[in-house]
Structure formats: structure tokens, C-alpha cells
Design a binder for this molecule. Structure first.
Ligand code: FAD
Ligand code: SF4
Ligand code: SF4
Length: 463
């Protein structure tokens, strides 16, 4: 029976004025009944446009049909044929531009809540079968190395280990997960979910070597000489970008990556951790993407009274996910739109005391297709803040490119790799995720890791 209600079943979530003071997950997920009710909104379209909108082609109508019948484990198995991180993707995928963006129910009301259903199914499986340990797979005698344990590296490791490869993942940080661990905050993606995915891979036999910066302690070429037949590079794009404006070296200016790493990876929000972080009263976050929203919402939870998003265009151009913007507004984040920072102001002890901004207006579209922001002469003003978080994007770290023989860059400065199978200019080296594309999404990184695993298998079998 189809449920013709126009809107999605609402997601249960914490009250904004309560959640903006804690790091507990904002939304608590559908109940069984809500999930079945939402699944019944699916029309089971024969041409499956929703699946076409998913970068890893999740069998959406098929898994939703099982949810509608209350067959949740069946649904999990169907998702698992193409997506190894459904609990993560169900929470953080930009569904509105992907699967849900293509859903026909969206033409006349809201699309089916595909992401929420995917999360529900993954959480249901964890609650009922999470304690069952995966068994080590039968070794096939081939050895492969993976550099970086973000979604690209984890997906690649997952596909190699099930085929019997001896897989070692080298990670520069003291915790696995990449951005899932150090960037996306606990209140959007609980770290226990990321850890469970890592543990599942370890149960199957994947070895994780942490605190290992490849390119410093040993190179990709040394890994190849030491018996790894193929190497996947999934090192992400974590090098912070700054505005290059006066005052950016003052005390109280953070890159978003540093700020989020202190809070998420090094748990500065927990009293039992010694991670140093100052509780600021007024915080300006420069930028309008997901990273800026995460930084602003973290600053609020850390105790700031006023948190401003300073963005040079308008709400129509802001790149963050709609849901994240709505959550930020509900939590009391103040949007200073059409404002561009000019300089950070400090006191004689070099501590931040303000952010000078100038008002902007929008002109003709630029090369990105978005209307170009133009400065309104003489409209400068100072925002009274004691911390500034710069969140205007990241660059690729060149370490692996500079320390690996015959590894060529692509035109964006990332590692040059084939879209089809991730192979680079060195036939034994594969790459994927943000290290190739620049900052993108979890699901695209995961898809790239899976394609590269197929490429590596073909290379190792045929060499
Ligand atoms: P990463 O996740 O960056 O992982 C790379 C790993 O490689 C890291 O662990 C790093 O420590 C390690 N590494 C780097 N160099 C070396 C080396 N030399 N040796 C060993 N290890 C190394 N995407 C979404 O889809 N939805 C969201 O809501 C979303 N929110 C985001 C919020 C934040 C704060 C950030 C920063 C990003 C967000 N993204 C989001 C983007 C998404 O997280 C990334 O596109 C994705 O994580 C890229 O995966 P990856 O595996 O390529 O790289
Ligand atoms: Fe949608 Fe992401 Fe799931 Fe694909 S993986 S179906 S894009 S939520
Ligand atoms: Fe269901 Fe929407 Fe996919 Fe149609 S497009 S099958 S309604 S999820």
C-alpha cells in the first residue's frame, strides 16, 4: 500500500536549545514504525532514477521494498552489495543533490527520505547483529598497502580483504577514519560508528599501522620494494587554506581543520582530555560550506555566546547542505551574509579582538556560474570577536607526489589517476578520493576506493 503523504516522516531530534550545548547526535533516527511508513511512500519506479543519482548505485527501490515489509536485515544485505558504509552515508551524504534529488516523489512534495532509511537499516543491523564478529578471509598470498584510512582507503581495504589480499593500511594520525574521525563532529556522525567500521575490517584481517606518515618514515616506492605488490593512495586534501589578510597570525585565529581536529579527534570538549582549547565568547567563522557550519556549531557547543558565519555571497549561493544550514540557524548561529573579511585585529598581546569586514553586493555570474561578489566601497565595519576560524577550503598535501618516483599530478595539482580504476602514471600505484579530486564527498571517495580495489586486483592477478 502506497503512502501518499507529501512530506517525509519527520526525523526525531534534540531541541535546538538543548543540543547546542552538547555533542550528542542531533537526530536519533526513525523507529521501526516510522521507517515502514516512510518506505511506503516509495512508488517502486521501474526506471529507478534514485539509483542513477547515487554515486555507488545503491539498489534503492529494492532495499526500500524490504523496509516496507519490515524485512530490515534483507534490506541491509541489499544495500551492502554496493555500499560498505551505509551508517555513515545515510547520515552525511548530500542526498538532496544525489539520490533524493532524482526521486520522483520530490516533483510533487518531498522526496522519499532515502538517506534516513539507509541510516535506519544500518543502525538496525548494528543493534541486532553488531556483536557478531566478522571472520578473517582466506589468504590468496598477495600483499597490498593503503595509504590513508579515510572513506577512500577503508572502502578499498574492504574490497581487497574479502578477496583474500593481505592488506595493510598506513595512517598518519593516531586514529583511523580520516575526515570521518577528525573533521565531521560527533553530533553529526558518532565516532562509535566509524570505529565499528574500522573494527569490522580489522576482524576480517586488515592490519592498521597508525602514526605512520608515508613519505616521511618510508616512501611509496619503499613499500613496493618491501613486498607490497600494489599501493593505493587515499591521503585526502587536508592542507588548510588561509585568506592571506593582515592579522591572520594573531592568537585566536584557527584553520577549521585545526579547530575541528582539537575538538573531534582530540576531544577538547571532554573534561577528562587535556587538549588545549580556549573557550571564546564571540567567534567568527569565515566561509559557507559544510566545514564552516561544523566549525560554527562546535564553537557554539564549546560555550561561545555569539557565533557568526561570515560569507561573501548570499543564502542563494551558500554551498553547505540545506539541512546543516537549517540546523545551524535553529541552534542560534548568526549569518553575516554578503560580508567579506579584510583583516583580523588584535591587542598589544597579539590576541584577536575583532574582524574587520566589508559589505558586498552581487554582480554578474563569474566562471563558477555564481554571481560575483563586489565590494561596497567605504562599508567597512568591525565585528567584535575573540576568535576567528578560517574555513575557505583546503589544498592537497604534495608529500606523496614529491616522494614517489614517476607519480604525475593532474591539472588541479592532485594525484593523476584514471576515473575508471584509479591507476596512476605508475602501474603499481592507484589513487582516489580527495587526494585526486580535491575536497569532495564521502560517497565519491568511497566509490573511488572501490574502483581502485578492482583495478589493483586486476593488476596483481595479471602482473
Ligand atoms: P580523508 O577523509 O581526508 O582521509 C585521508 C586520510 O589520509 C587521513 O586520515 C589522513 O590523516 C591520511 N593521510 C594523509 N597523508 C598521509 C600520509 N602521508 N601517510 C599516511 N596517511 C596520510 N562529505 C560529505 O559527503 N558529507 C558531509 O557532510 C561532509 N562534511 C565534511 C565536514 C568536514 C569538517 C570536512 C573536512 C569534510 C566534510 N566532507 C563531507 C568531505 C568528506 O569528508 C571528504 O570528501 C572525504 O572524507 C574524503 O575521503 P578521503 O578518504 O579521500 O580522505
Ligand atoms: Fe543516497 Fe548516499 Fe545512500 Fe547513495 S549512498 S543512496 S547517495 S544516501
Ligand atoms: Fe522510490 Fe523515489 Fe526511487 Fe521512485 S525515485 S523508486 S519513489 S525512491
Amino acid at each position: 500500500m502506497i503512502n501518499f503523504v507529501e512530506n517525509k516522516n519527520p526525523m526525531p531530534s534534540q531541541d535546538p536549545n538543548v543540543r547546542n550545548k552538547n555533542f550528542v547526535e542531533v537526530t536519533s533516527g526513525y523507529t521501526d514504525k516510522m521507517a515502514i511508513n516512510e518506505a511506503m511512500r516509495c512508488l517502486q519506479c521501474r526506471d529507478k532514477p534514485c539509483t542513477g543519482g547515487c554515486p555507488v548505485l545503491v539498489k534503492i527501490p529494492e532495499f526500500i521494498a524490504q523496509v516496507a515489509k519490515g524485512e530490515f536485515e534483507e534490506a541491509f544485505q541489499i544495500i551492502g552489495t554496493t555500499n560498505s558504509l551505509p551508517a555513515v552515508c545515510g547520515r552525511v551524504c548530500p542526498q538532496e543533490n544525489q539520490c533524493e534529488g532524482e526521486c520522483v516523489r520530490g516533483k510533487d512534495g518531498e522526496p522519499v527520505a532515502i538517506g534516513r532509511l539507509e541510516r535506519f537499516v544500518a543502525d538496525w543491523h548494528r543493534d541486532h547483529f553488531g556483536d557478531i564478529k566478522d571472520q578473517p578471509t582466506k589468504a590468496n598470498g598477495h600483499k597490498a598497502a593503503i595509504v590513508g584510512s579515510g572513506p577512500a582507503g577503508l572502502a578499498c581495504a574492504g574490497d581487497l580483504i574479502v578477496e583474500g589480499y593481505d592488506v595493510t593500511v598506513f595512517e598518519s594520525l593516531h586514529k583511523e577514519g580520516g575526515v570521518l574521525a577528525y573533521g565531521i563532529p560527533e553530533f553529526r556522525l558518532p565516532k562509535s560508528i566509524v570505529q565499528m567500521e574500522v573494527d569490522k575490517l580489522a576482524d576480517k584481517g586488515v592490519k592498521f599501522v597508525k602514526d605512520a606518515v608515508v613519505g616521511k618514515i618510508f616512501s611509496v616506492d619503499e613499500l613496493l620494494n618491501e613486498g607490497y605488490e600494489s599501493v593505493f593512495v587515499g591521503t585526502g586534501a587536508g592542507l588548510p587554506r588561509f585568506m592571506n589578510m593582515p592579522g591572520e597570525n594573531l592568537l585566536g585565529v584557527y584553520s577549521a581543520n585545526e579547530y575541528l581536529t582539537r575538538i573531534n579527534l582530540m576531544k577538547a570538549y571532554k573534561a577528562e582530555y587535556d587538549t588545549p582549547i580556549k573557550v571564546n565568547k564571540n567567534v567568527a567563522v569565515i566561509g559557507g560550506g559544510n566545514v564552516a557550519m561544523d566549525s560554527a556549531r562546535c564553537a557554539k557547543r564549546m560555550g561561545a555566546e555569539n557565533v557568526y558565519i561570515v560569507y561573501r555571497r548570499s543564502m542563494d549561493e551558500i554551498p553547505a547542505r540545506k539541512e546543516e544550514i537549517e540546523h545551524a540557524i535553529e541552534e542560534g548561529i548568526i549569518f553575516k551574509l554578503l560580508n567579506n573579511p579584510v583583516q583580523v585585529i588584535g591587542d598589544d598581546k597579539k590576541y584577536v579582538t575583532g574582524l574587520e569586514c566589508v559589505e558586498m553586493e552581487l554582480g554578474e555570474p563569474d566562471a563558477s556560474g555564481r554571481r560575483r561578489p563586489i565590494e561596497k566601497k567605504g562599508s567597512n565595519f568591525v565585528l567584535d570577536v575573540d576568535a576567528v576560524i578560517v574555513s575557505i577550503g583546503t589544498n592537497l598535501n604534495k608529500l606523496i607526489l614529491e616522494t614517489t618516483e614517476n607519480l604525475e599530478a593532474n591539472k588541479n595539482g592532485g594525484i593523476g589517476a584514471s576515473d575508471d580504476d584509479g591507476v596512476t602514471s605508475n602501474p603499481a600505484v592507484f589513487a582516489g578520493g580527495d587526494a585526486v579530486t580535491g575536497a569532495a564527498t564521502v560517497i565519491l571517495a568511497m566509490g573511488a576506493g572501490k574502483k581502485a580495489a578492482a583495478g589493483m586486483i586486476s593488476y596483481m592477478e595479471n602482473k
